[in-house]
Structures are given as C-alpha cells and as structure tokens.
Design a protein around this ligand. Structure first.
Ligand SMILES: *Cc1c(COP(=O)(O)O)cnc(C)c1O
Length: 354
C-alpha cells in the first residue's frame, strides 16, 4: 500500500478471483465457465464490431437491449446491461445501500458481496444458513435491510423457491431485494416475471456462465423502470461506456442464437447428474445443486488436500478456506470428457492415500 492510498479503504479486503494459472494446460473446473465456445453468431458479430473500434460504443446498448427485451418480454427501460453482473451488483450496493439501508446476505454465499459492501462503506449483516446450507426464510422477513440472495446460491447450488422470495419481497417493502441469478439457466425458476408485481425487486443475470461469454463481460439488471433509472444514474456517473462494442455485438449474436445456449444448458444438466452420481459412488456427499457446479466433500478426504492433489495432476477445482465449508470443494460441471478425467484422477488420489 502506498502512503497515498485513501484511509477510507482501510478495511477493504479485495475479492480473490478463481485462479487462472498459465503454467500448464489444466482441466479447468474452478470458475464455473462454460466448457462450450461462444455461439458462432456471437463470434461473427464481435469480429464485425471490431472493425469500428475507433468509435465509442453505444452507451445505451440499443440493439442489444431491443433483442434481449424481445426474448424476455420486457420493456427497454426495465433492463440495464453492465460489464459482467459484478458491475450491476456493485451499482446496486452504490444505489440501494447506506446506513439506513444496510445490506444483508447469507454467511455462505458469493464472496463479492462483503467486498462491495466494504468498498462502498455500507454496513452489512451475514445471516447464517441452516446446518444443511439452506436459507431460513424467516430470517429475512421484515428485516428492513437491502437483501442480496444468490439463487441458486453459490457455492452450494441450492435454489430458493419463488414463493419464499415473494415472502422476503412482501415483508421488506421499503428495501430493495436483489436476486442474483448468475446460475438460473441451469434449472432454477427465475424471479424476472415478478418485477411488475414488486417495485422493490431487482434481478441480475449474466452471460458469463450459461452463454459462454465470461471473457466478454456482459451482465444485466432487470427491475421496474425507477430502479433501472437509479442504476443508470450510477452508471452515467461512473462509466457510460461500461459495455464495449465487441461485447454488445457478441451479446446480440448470443441472443439471436438462444437455442445454442439452451442446448448447452441441457447438456450441463445431464452432465451434472452424471458427475453427482459418480461422486456418490466414490463416497462423496454433496448439496442438491441446480447450478453448473457441484459442492461436494468426502468423509475421508481433506478438502484442501484434495484440491491440491488434483491441481498437481492438472485438474483445477475451487476450494474455500472459510471454516464452515473448508471440507468441501466446488467443482464446475464440464464436458463428459473433463468429468471423466476428474473422476479418474480422484480415483488415483484415493488409491494412493488409502
Ligand atoms: C459468476 C457470478 C457472478 C458474476 O459474474 P460476472 O462474470 O461478473 O457476470 C455473480 N454472482 C455469482 C453468484 C456468480 O457466481
């Protein structure tokens, strides 16, 4: 830290993204990316947009918004595109949290929430999940805080029902409830259909996981027009050009090729069933995931030890050191071939340590 770094960041501990090591070719199952390439239409449109990079991108994402709204049945002022959904989540912390509207989220959830809270100097409460890692909905009813819920949750993959989300919305009418649907396309009911019923509902989604555009950085927030207007005020006060023109074009191509993303999500759901069944045969236990990852532990294997042994052998998974979940690993659902390499490597490790 330099002697110039503002004191206001004294308590800021930056987020640690999943590792992207370049020392060898890994079977990469650690950051929940899609194992499938972007849609060909996305690649073609992005290449065309690259020819006009001397010009600023469209700050309103006009074409992208139009095509997206057609697909989702929304009005253009009910959605905001952002530089990945992390950007939208940060905007939500900036716009809807302060001393009178402190943030609240589970103790086990997306690790970026406490970082955004600290960055924006917003007080926050971490509400413990139940023993089985599910949310106790009553904990969130009438708490008068700005609620952040990842649905399905990360890193557990456990979904929350829309009726439970409605309870939280109804009992906190003076606070925004942000539902982070980064993994919704792999088999969870989306809350987007509720944005016309609840003026305090904001839903975020991303093209990073189900739509194979993690490196393109494209996310969005959806909500009633006044919430979106507030986010636009933040966006136009920070970086109006937060979604570059190649990414906007890639997003349009991806939406016009929606069947490709749907087909990939169906494949991931099949592969998830295969991976969990095979892990069970090896003695692992896991949470009931509706995401593109599985959260699993083995009664005889140390979580961090398994992570390290796999990495040594060229397979990357994600291990978290937080006390409550340190026995677990989060494993991205990859292709059938990637899963078979993972399983074979786990078997080898188990034989060696037996
Ligand atoms: C991956 C992820 C995001 C954001 O991803 P972006 O690439 O910024 O869109 C948001 N929330 C959760 C829970 C995630 O896992």
């Amino acid at each position: 830290m330099s002697r110039f770094f503002s004191q206001k960041y004294n308590h800021l501990e930056a987020y640690t993204p999943g590792e992207q090591p370049k020392d060898m070719q890994y079977v990469k199952l650690n950051t929940n990316e899609s194992p499938f390439p972007p849609s060909e239409k996305a690649l073609k449109y992005a290449a065309q947009a690259a020819e006009r990079l001397q010009l600023y991108c469209d700050p309103d994402c006009t074409v992208l918004t139009r095509e997206f709204c057609k697909l989702y049945g929304l009005e253009k002022d009910e959605v905001l595109f952002t530089n990945g959904s992390d950007d939208a989540l940060n905007f939500a912390f900036m716009a809807f949290c302060d001393d009178d509207h402190p943030a609240a989220f589970p103790d086990i959830t997306y690790g970026f929430y406490p970082v955004f809270a600290a960055l924006n100097r917003v007080p926050y409460t971490e509400i413990p999940l139940k023993e089985d890692f599910t949310i106790n909905v009553d904990d969130y009813c009438g708490i008068n805080k700005t609620v952040f819920i990842a649905n399905p949750n990360a890193p557990t993959g456990i979904p929350l029902s829309l009726s439970d989300i409605e309870k939280i919305l109804k009992t906190n009418p003076d606070n925004v409830v942000i539902v982070d649907e980064a993994y919704v396309d792999f088999g969870t009911d989306s809350a987007v259909g509720l944005i016309h019923t609840y003026d305090n509902l904001l839903v975020t989604q991303t093209f990073s996981k189900s739509r194979s555009l993690a490196g393109g950085r494209l996310g969005m927030a959806m909500g009633n027009r006044s919430l979106i207007q507030d986010l636009n005020t933040i966006k136009y006060s920070t970086n109006p050009y937060n979604v570059n023109s190649m990414t906007q074009a890639a997003g349009v191509g991806t939406i016009l090729d929606d069947d490709y993303a749907k087909k990939n999500c169906a494949t991931i759901a099949e592969n998830r069933a295969y991976l969990t069944a095979e892990l069970e045969k090896l003695g692992f236990v896991h949470t009931p995931s509706t995401a593109n990852f599985v959260f699993a532990k083995h009664p005889e294997l140390d979580g961090g030890g398994l992570y390290a042994a796999l990495k040594e052998r060229g397979v990357l998974i994600r291990h978290f050191t937080k006390e409550r979940i340190k026995d677990y690993n989060r494993i991205t659902v990859g292709t059938k071939e990637q899963i078979d390499i993972l399983l074979k490597t786990i078997r080898e490790i188990m034989e060696e340590t037996a």
